[in-house]
Design a protein around this ligand. Structure first.
Ligand code: SF4
Length: 477
């Protein structure tokens, strides 16, 4: 069974996605070219993340003890429902009505906005891209740039509909409007919700990386701050942040460092003038612990830089919404079936050409193409493919396992394809293949196999040698 894919959002433009991903890709390339120790940094970042995962229970215990020592209230959520319940209970305990949120994929993962709205709370996204997709009623289409699929004119229309004001599509006008609208929301908010890029076990520090400063306002202006963090986001030591932050910013946006790197060390202390009175960290499992110790463990090392999306030829054509999951691109194609099951998301394992561009670009070297193959293997083992398809591929495998049946099947295919040959390829094929050839050509079976061409070439060379040798002999006479 596969999920029904949502329709592509109105105004989706492939050009906008390709332009944005090319920009990200080019900026990353330039930043890493200028970074002398890029490869060494990448190895170090991978080592740190894998070490954290190997000893996750120890580092989690250490982080919890240090967070509590700093006055942070720590919660655990086994799944999305428990995470939502926990955050709603905290909000109700404070009589909260309004919530501001900074950008966080893990809150998207648990559909926190919907849960909070169902509980009667007003929640406003404060990252510009997230604010745009919230107004449009869409999911983010990219981990780093949630609204890259939107044109400025579409954003203008969304802002005008929301505010009732006339605007123009210049970037500074649109950004200025959002800044003004959001500033009011910050001042009215009872609670600020954030995610967390990392949690340092050694010190109990929550690390947030943003470019707009909204994360800082969310975590320090309202009287309560709640951080929802994937339980895999731990790093052992404060010193580990150096290599991770350096490679994260360069891989994501081509910056040496993000504009704001925010180290949150607990709620306001008695001698401090500002900051939240109360701080909560909710560690989310939601399928993560089930991956520890498995062949897929390393996917938890992901630092959500989005670089694999920019490199992926499939993502660049389809954009993020086609994946039908909050996580898109190669990492989404691996994470979604692992977190939420092959029944619903198994088809994403096929949304890849297995070119391995995602692995090459990944700052922590996750072998995404191998994991996609691993998921495909699982699908085959579960025998979820339809019986006719299984019979077809079984027969094909048997036919091509022996020389004479391989040659006979090619001769047959050549004969059968003759009525469908057109300039450029095969068209109007019968049966299920017709769906393919209705819009494209299908490559024909070659007139001669490689072996046949090789034999012919060898025979030709032998003839030439014999002819050439004879002339030499004659010349020597
Ligand atoms: S898998 Fe690698 S490249 Fe993709 S988002 Fe995660 S860290 Fe970045």
């Amino acid at each position: 069974m596969t999920r029904a894919l949502p329709p592509l959002p109105k105004g989706f433009t492939r050009e906008a996605v390709q332009r944005a991903t090319s920009n990200f890709w080019e900026r990353r390339r330039a930043a890493l070219t200028a970074f002398a120790s890029a490869e060494q940094n990448r190895r170090e970042a991978r080592r740190i993340r894998l070490e954290a995962l190997r000893h996750l229970d120890d580092y989690l215990r250490q982080a919890v003890a240090n967070l509590r020592r700093r006055g942070v209230q720590v919660h655990f959520a086994a799944d999305a429902a428990e995470a939502g319940r926990t955050i709603v209970e905290i909000a109700r305990g404070h009589g909260a009505k309004r919530i501001v949120k900074s950008k966080s994929m893990v809150t998207e993962e648990v559909h926190l906005n919907r849960v909070l709205a169902d509980a009667g709370l007003e929640v406003v996204e404060t990252d510009l891209g997230e604010y745009i997709v919230q107004l449009a009623g869409e999911l983010p289409s990219h981990i780093v740039g949630p609204a890259i699929h939107k044109s400025r004119e579409e954003i203008q229309a969304l802002f005008e509909a929301e505010s009732g004001r006339r605007l123009t599509p210049e970037t500074d006008v649109l950004a200025g409007h959002a800044r003004q609208a959001l500033r009011e929301k910050f001042l009215q908010a009872d609670i600020g919700v954030s995610g967390g890029n990392f949690v340092v076990a050694e010190t109990g520090t929550l690390v947030l990386v943003t470019n707009e400063g909204n994360g800082r306002l969310c975590t320090s202006l309202p009287r309560v701050h709640i951080a929802l963090v994937g339980m895999e986001k731990l790093v052992p030591r404060l010193a580990d942040l150096g290599p991770l932050l350096a490679i994260l910013a360069r891989s994501a946006t081509g910056q040496k460092l993000s504009v704001y790197t925010h180290l949150v060390s607990g709620p306001r202390r008695t001698d401090e003038l500002d900051g939240p009175q109360e701080m909560h960290v909710v560690f989310l499992d939601n399928g993560r612990s089930a991956l520890l110790g498995t062949e897929f463990e390393e996917v938890l090392a992901c630092i959500r830089c989005g670089a694999c999306l920019n490199a992926c030829p499939v993502y660049r054509q389809t954009g993020g919404h086609a994946y039908g999951s909050v996580y898109s691109g190669p990492i989404g194609a691996v994470l979604s079936p692992l977190y939420w099951g092959l029944d619903e998301f198994g088809d994403l394992a096929h949304a890849s050409s297995l070119c391995a561009a995602c692995w090459e670009i990944c700052p922590v070297g996750i072998h995404l193409h191998d994991h996609l193959l691993g998921l495909r293997r699982r699908l085959v083992e579960r025998r979820q493919d339809p019986a006719p398809e299984r019979a077809l591929f079984g027969g094909w495998a048997r036919a091509w396992s022996r020389g004479w049946t391989y040659r006979a099947s090619l001769a047959l295919a050549r004969a059968l394809q003759a009525p469908f040959r057109r300039p450029g390829g095969l068209r109007n094929l019968p049966g299920p293949l017709g769906a393919w050839t209705a819009g494209r050509t299908f490559p024909p079976v070659a007139e001669r196999t490689f072996h046949e061409r090789w034999d012919a070439l060898s025979a030709e060379l032998d003839r030439d040698d014999q002819g050439g040798g004879g002339q030499g002999d004659q010349a020597g006479e």
